[in-house]
Each structure stands twice: as structure tokens, then as C-alpha cells.
Write a protein that binds this ligand. Structure first.
Ligand SMILES: Cc1cc2nc3c(=O)[nH]c(=O)nc-3n(C[C@H](O)[C@H](O)[C@H](O)COP(=O)(O)OP(=O)(O)OC[C@H]3O[C@@H](n4cnc5c(N)ncnc54)[C@H](O)[C@@H]3O)c2cc1C
Length: 472
């Protein structure tokens, strides 16, 4: 970003040609249902209305997509939220390059519905498809292919950002590059992403050819990741957190590549881009807190492990079963009961990953807290100033909110920090400002870019205030 460009863009405000829509007052949460926050929520249909929301009132504002960030990233307690889900048009697509231009409210689920039958898949996807592209870029999300393909930003050529003045800036690696790198992973705090251009991945089928690999402990899991690294573009391990000693970190590793036509059995090869939608069970109400006590978590993990043990090594997977096993149970976040849950995702640099994993898994085993779901992935290279990934291994854990949980997670923070690791903002609901500053070395530079684009800190969230992302 040329400093001059930003200065001129933040002076004065553009002419606003529409009124802001009326807000509705509501209590919201992230996917973890912890914490809760009350806000005025605007849901504009048009860019001009959005511009009126951004410039018409000086109180703080944050964008929200589908609210799948777990903690308080898309919350703004006692302030304003702008919901982007109505700005969801697909604008253009070039099948020869795979370049798609669309508005930020388009979801990954919609991309798959429209483009998988045409032989294209999103280049990066998180573990749920019910996220918007704006929210995904703001968190610079990673998928099971980060070790090979990096995060979403690596596949985005440019985006349009409405900054606090109401002006819209095109951001790319060449145009306003500093704002580009501060916005990807910048959790909505540099402005509102309006539309973006991303390169879709060409695929021959809607299936993946891959393996389920059983690993008896964490060393076997890391060995399996390293051994299959160059062979498979996608990899993830489901860890059983409820074992100790020689079985600490026993896992099922799921690896795969999009299947080519000649890898498919004849019945699937006849119609390779169509899969049958599955009926999804719904968790209809909050399950009582006791449902997920440490015994039931243990039983669940033992079941996954035993079930998968029987499967044959090489398998063909449907895209939805491979990428989105959790999406098959709608509202699964209700199984944690009314108090909600916290997801804790951390990453360690390569040389510290094994020791860090052992330390955290042992602490969980000692604490008898268990984690219903625990996911291990390998990361590769990364660029954004506040992007979460770094080369190394990342572990994601779910903990129901119970007494003493926050103190326990503080102790995990200390373990991760001392090994040079960090915690993911899109999952966070409780980290301290000091820990955050120590974990994110790009914060100083990010603050400079933020101050230039948003000098009055118009874009602010419950997360940004809790973490003092912008010093007073
Ligand atoms: C089951 C599940 C699995 C997940 N798996 C993964 C995973 O594998 N990898 C991963 O990286 N993440 C994962 N996530 C997290 C999720 O991908 C991110 O939190 C993502 O940001 C959610 O998108 P959203 O549209 O719901 O955004 P929200 O949750 O609504 O917002 C997230 C952030 O984006 C900002 N934002 C939203 N829209 C815009 C916009 N238009 N302009 C500017 N800022 C905006 C918000 O201010 C907020 O800071 C998972 C979440 C769930 C629930």
C-alpha cells in the first residue's frame, strides 16, 4: 500500500447514495456459543446501504459472515455488526483459468453446489462448508492441504475492501499490498471485504482416492504424515485425546487426492461429478452438560478408533464425507449444552512440534478434561501479517465450558508460547492480550497498516478489544 494512497482515501468521505437499513437488536455468539454479546445488527442488500452503515455512525462496527468463528471474532458487544450474507452474488467465471469473482457473502457450500458439477472445487476449505468467503479470507482459513497449498489468501488474486472512510480499495499483491496482507487474517479489522477473485481448482471427480491409516501413538502419527506428505495433497488425523503412556496421541490419519477418472470404479466413473446428498441428523436442543462427561468422550473416541481400524487401507471417499464429516450433524455445537464450548487450536514450529504435542496431550490426559474432537494437521508456508499458520503441526481441541477451563487453557498457552507456537484467532474466546502480542510477531506492522486505513479504529470487535489489538 502506498502510504499516499491510503492517506488520500481516508480523507473525507465518499458521497453516500442510500440510507442505512434499520438494525435489529439481538444476542449473538460464535459457533462455540461462548461468549454471548448483544449488538445492533445491520443486514444490507446493496453496497450503497453498506456504505451508509460504515460511514453513518461513528460507533464501532465489525463484519459478520455465517458466524462460524468459534469465539468472539464476529461479535461486537454493545456495538454494531454488519451481516454480509445478502451480498452474495457470483459475478464472473472464466473456466479456462478457473478465476471466479464473487461477493464476500457467497459461501463455500454455494461454490461447491455451483462449480463441482462443472469440475471445479474451492482451492482451500475449512472443516465446514457453511462459511462465507469474506469470513474465510478475513481468517485466512486453512484446509487439509495447507502443507501443500497454503491458506486461502494464496489463491486469491485480489479483493475490494471498504475502509472506514467508505472508500473502496482494490487490494492485491501489487495494488495496496500492505493492506492486502493486513486484511487476510486481519479478522475484519481493516474494513469490509466486498468482493474477491479466487482461482478455483479443477477436479476430475467429486471423490477422493486415499487411505485411512491407524497410528498407535503420536510418533506413529507424525511418521505417517511425513511418509505420505509428498503423495497426498490432503491430510488430517483424528486424535484420541483420552489415552496416555505408550498410546498417547493414537490417531486415525485420513489422506487423499481428488480421484482421477481412471481411479474410480466403473459405476462412479460414469457420473464422476455427482454425489447423492445425504440427509443430515439435527441436534434439536441443548443436550444436558453431563452428556459430555469424560467417560462419554472416552467412549466416543474409542468407538471412532475401533470403527476405523476395520476399514481397508485404500478407499474412495465422497467429497462431503472427506472434507466435512461434522457438517453431517447440523447444529452439532448444541451437544456441549447451554454453557457452550471453547475450541483451542495451536501450532508449533517444526522442531518443537513433537515435544509440544506430547506436552499438551499429557496435560489433557492429566486434567481428565478430555476433548470430544481433536484434529491434527501439518502446515506449510504462510504470509499474512496475522495469519495463524506457520510451518509445523497444528492441533485443534474442543472443551466444554466448565469450572476451571479458562485457567487450564492459560496453562496450555504458556506451553505453546515457550516453544514459539501460537493460538488461532478464529477459534479463540479467551486468550490474554499479552499472550497474543507475544505469539504474533507481525502485530507491530499490522497495527501500522490498520492505523493508516482506519485511524479512528471504526472497525473493532469483542475479540480486538479483549486482545488490545489496537492500543488506546
Ligand atoms: C466445524 C468448523 C470447522 C472449522 N474448520 C476450520 C478449518 O479447518 N480451518 C480454518 O481455518 N478454520 C476453520 N473453522 C473456522 C472458520 O472457517 C472461520 O472462523 C471462518 O472465518 C468462518 O467464516 P464465517 O463466514 O462464518 O465468518 P464469521 O465467523 O462470521 O467471521 C469470522 C471473521 O471474519 C470477519 N468477516 C466476516 N465477513 C467479513 C467480510 N466480508 N469482510 C471482512 N471481514 C469479515 C469477521 O469480522 C470475523 O473476524 C471451522 C469452523 C467450524 C464451525
Amino acid at each position: 500500500m502506498g502510504a499516499g494512497t491510503t492517506d488520500s482515501m481516508t480523507q473525507g468521505e465518499p458521497r453516500v447514495s442510500a440510507a442505512a437499513p434499520n438494525p435489529r437488536r439481538a444476542v449473538l455468539s460464535g459457533w462455540g456459543r461462548y461468549p454471548l454479546a448483544e449488538s445492533d445488527i445491520y443486514r444490507p442488500d446493496r453496497i450503497a446501504e453498506l456504505q451508509a452503515v460504515v460511514t453513518g455512525n461513528t460507533s464501532s462496527l465489525i463484519a459478520r459472515g455465517l458466524g462460524r468463528a468459534y469465539g468472539d471474532a464476529a461479535l461486537n458487544d454493545q456495538n454494531r455488526i454488519v451481516d454480509l450474507t445478502r451480498l452474495n452474488r457470483m459475478l464472473s467465471f472464466d473456466p479456462s483459468s478457473g478465476l471466479l469473482r464473487c461477493e464476500a457473502g457467497v459461501t463455500i457450500a454455494e461454490l461447491i453446489d455451483v462449480f463441482l458439477p462443472r469440475g471445479f472445487f474451492p482451492p482451500v476449505t475449512p472443516g465446514t462448508r457453511f462459511v462465507t468467503l469474506g469470513g474465510s479470507l478475513a481468517a485466512d482459513v486453512h484446509g487439509k492441504n495447507h502443507h501443500r497449498d497454503s491458506s486461502l489468501a494464496a489463491h486469491v488474486t485480489n479483493f475490494d475492501l471498504m475502509i472506514a472512510s467508505g472508500y473502496v480499495l482494490r487490494c492485491s499483491r501489487e495494488e495496496n499490498p500492505e493492506l492486502f496482507w493486513a486484511t487476510v487474517g486481519g479478522m475484519g479489522l481493516t474494513g469490509v471485504i466486498l468482493e474477491l477473485e479466487l482461482r478455483m481448482r479443477r477436479v476430475e471427480s467429486a471423490y477422493l482416492e486415499g487411505e485411512l491409516i491407524r497410528a498407535g501413538n503420536i510418533d506413529a502419527a507424525i511418521e505417517a504424515f511425513e511418509r505420505t506428505d509428498s503423495q497426498y495433497g490432503y491430510s488430517v488425523a483424528w486424535i484420541d485425546c483420552n489415552t496416555g503412556k505408550s498410546a498417547l496421541g493414537r490417531s486415525i490419519l485420513n489422506v487423499g487426492n481428488f480421484a482421477t477418472l481412471d481411479q474410480l470404479p466403473r459405476n462412479l466413473a460414469q457420473d464422476p461429478l455427482t454425489t447423492t446428498p445425504r440427509l443430515s441428523p439435527i441436534v434439536p436442543f441443548d443436550l444436558p452438560g453431563f452428556t459430555l462427561n469424560s467417560l462419554s468422550i472416552k467412549a466416543f473416541n474409542a468407538l471412532i478408533y475401533t470403527f476405523n481400524r476395520e476399514k481397508s487401507a485404500h478407499t474412495i471417499f465422497d467429497w462431503d464425507r472427506f472434507f466435512y464429516p461434522l457438517d453431517s450433524i447440523r447444529n452439532w455445537n448444541r451437544i456441549y449444552g447451554k454453557r457452550g464450548f471453547v475450541q483451542y487450536q495451536c501450532v508449533w514450529p517444526p522442531q518443537e512440534s513433537r515435544a509440544g504435542l506430547v506436552e499438551v496431550l499429557e496435560a489433557i490426559s492429566r486434567s481428565r478434561r478430555g476433548s470430544f474432537l481433536a484434529v491434527l494437521k501439518k502446515f506449510g508456508a504462510q504470509d499474512g501479517l496475522l495469519s495463524f499458520p506457520m510451518p509445523g503441526y497444528t492441533l485443534a481441541l474442543d472443551f466444554p465450558v466448565t469450572d476451571g477451563l479458562l485457567e487450564f487453557l492459560d496453562s496450555l498457552d504458556a506451553m505453546v508460547l515457550k516453544r514459539g507456537g501460537r493460538v488461532y484467532l478464529a477459534k479463540d474466546a479467551r486468550m490474554s492480550a499479552e499472550t497474543f502480542a507475544a505469539m504474533y510477531p507481525g502485530l507491530g506492522k499490522w497495527r501500522e497498516v490498520k492505523a493508516a486505513a482506519d485511524p479512528n479504529n471504526r472497525f473493532s470487535s469483542s475479540l480486538s478489544r479483549r486482545l488490545t489489538m489496537v492500543p488506546a
